[in-house]
Design a protein around this ligand. Sequence first.
Ligand code: S5P
Length: 490
Amino acid sequence: MLELETRLKDIVVKLFEINALKFGDFKMKVGVNSPVYFDLRVVVSYPELMEQISVLLWEFCQGEVACDHVCGVPYTALPIATLISSRFRIPMLIRRKETKQYGTRRLVEGSFAPGDRCVIVEDVVTSGSSILETRQDLRAEGLSVTHALVVVDRQQGGAQALQQHGLSMLSLLTLSKIMHILCEAGRVDRAVVESVTTYLSRTQFDGSNFAPAPEKPLAGAGEGRLRMPLQARAELARSPVAARLLRLMARKQTTLCVAADVTTASELLELAGQVGPHVCLLKTHADILGDFGEAAVAGLLQLARRHDFLLLEDRKFADIGHVVQLQYSQGPHRIASWADLVTAHPVSGEAVLTGLSAALAAVGPEVQRGCFLVAEMSSQGHLASPDYLAATTQLAERQARLVCGLVCQSPGLLRAPGQLQLTPGVRLETASDGLGQCYHSPREAVLERGADVAVVGRGVTRAEDPGAAARRYRDLLWAAYLQRVGLQAE
Ligand code: S5P
């Protein structure tokens, strides 16, 4: 044990010397400030230290972990896993980090058999979310993952979060241990140690910060959003518009939204009249109509009342709050005055919602409006990273009075049953449109991708009889919804 302690001290001091352990005021990935920052990426430039860490990490877990493969969390832990693999002859696996749902490429590279045991290797753990994401992909490929091996545990709840998800974490070093070693070695003073101790006592992440998508889509999703009937979810909605939409869907027995991407007001009104009886939402792009104006608005509102649907203007606001406020309430479209719902990209963070709220304050408290945050686009090669998606979900949950849900393609993002997942890219003919759109069938959208509302555009608008097509999509979607919530066996 003494030998272990000596080797650990040596590693910690070297990490400090190469500036892999920094002290100051840092903004962390999970959105809080920290007095300490570990950047172990730099270790790649110090091969001897890299080897020392990798070897000790592996030796340290011997007797605790039996495995057939090692897999490093991209990217910092990849070389560590590589060295372990090479030195101890443990076959390695590589999990792809890039978005994968549109390609046919595998999630995990390497040769393995279903049921093989794989240990995850990670450099630094804060909330544990990166490990859970990696485990999710490994399990999706049939691998068994019960242990994660980490160099540094920041002691902020990551181990507990992993434990809650059935994963044991073995860590070579903890943040407290590092502080102790550095203080003993005279590398940091007591004030720094105390600031780290105070920080640790104040910033603990609990397991709810990350809910991984189910391994097999929707399997075991439990009592959450995906299994709960619409009517019950309406009771849990914090947004009055989300509650209204959920009730409307239950009452009218439809989860279909038609994307009315036509270019004249008369086409729009004709289409709205045809599909109105079958939809819960009609989605518009006012800016592609050459003659959008008061007549179109009046016609739409009349049809929405007659056929009982809500209007979603898919404006995809994305600017600073001030401009969003003006775009929402002014200009030729005056969206806030007629659209029950709008879409917004959260790329400017809270600002986009602040802009929408400011516009609504001027319209008056009696109008009920809501917004969908666009998390993940249906286009091939979209740029939303896991971090962006997680931050978007958190924003949606924080602002649930205004945010009715997310526009996305994955079942694991939206958890709150009172919010809705809107999923575009739905069509029976699932070939792409040649412009990057990715299509999925209605069943796949609901049962595998977690759609609450499915958006169908050209599948309906290009049909010979849009009304009949809307009815067909509505029936397929509703049957899939009933199956998902267990109200009707297949
Ligand atoms: O990720 C997205 C988000 C949206 S809102 N992908 C999308 O396609 N949409 C919208 O859904 C898009 O603006 C269009 O109005 C509709 C899809 O139309 P379709 O004809 O491809 O079904």
